[in-house]
Design a protein around this ligand. Structure first.
Ligand code: PCA
Length: 211
């Protein structure tokens, strides 16, 4: 069993991205599964180029993508990725997108194929605030989630995949009145997300795409 776990580089003037900090801190093996870690660039073009190659080459059984959602107070497990890139905020290459598809001709959306409710339950049982989110936004994180699910669908792979957003860490929020979480808690959350994701329970996530 192999699990690919990604985090993002910093963006938006931040010095760190707590998603990558958490991925970096993961052990190389979780519940007997090999953990392959990758840091993604915060660029629309980068994730659409890198992720398909990574998934096809590594052939993971499970893909857990993570990113920072500054301003959200808790860990949010994304339900759906949409075929849209739309953001006034430039990515790390200075690129903005308006009403563009992630991939031309691809379905309108894909549901996460991770057991999202089981993940939320496990996090809450561990004392970590968490909920399901019904939008991953229209910036680079949604693009990454859509790219992973579309790659898996087109390649006919069995891998399950999904996306988890984490709040600012305390270090990032020292100078801004925004919700934040201890990095150690974020680290623990991502480890538990991986544990549940490689477990057998697929939950309700049998519907793969909405076209
Ligand atoms: N969060 C951004 C992109 C990279 C990241 O960590 C997002 O939510 O789209």
């Amino acid at each position: 069993m192999k699990v690919l776990v990604t985090g993002f580089e910093p963006f938006g003037g931040e010095k760190i991205n707590p998603s990558w900090e958490a991925v970096k801190a993961l052990p190389g093996e979780i519940s007997g599964a090999e953990v392959v870690k990758h840091r993604l660039p915060v660029t629309f073009n980068g994730v659409r180029k890198i992720l398909p190659r990574l998934i096809v080459e590594e052939k993971p059984d499970v893909v857990v993508l993570t990113g920072q959602a500054g301003g959200r107070p808790n860990i949010t497990v994304e339900r759906v990725a949409i075929n849209v890139m739309d953001s006034k905020m430039p990515d790390n290459e200075g690129v903005t997108q308006e009403d563009e598809p992630v991939f031309d001709g691809a379905p309108a959306a894909y549901f996460a194929t991770l057991p999202i409710k089981a993940i939320v339950r496990a996090l809450r049982n561990a004392g970590i605030p968490a909920s399901v989110s019904n939008t991953a936004g229209t910036y680079v994180c949604n693009t990454a989630m859509f790219t992973a699910l579309h790659t898996i669908a087109v390649a006919g792979m069995e891998a399950r995949a999904g996306f988890v957003h984490v709040p600012f860490s305390h270090a990032q929020a020292l100078d801004k009145p925004r919700p934040s979480m201890a990095q150690e808690t974020i680290d623990e959350a991502i480890k538990r997300v991986v544990e549940v994701s490689i477990g057998g329970d697929l939950g309700h996530s049998s519907l793969k795409s909405i076209s």
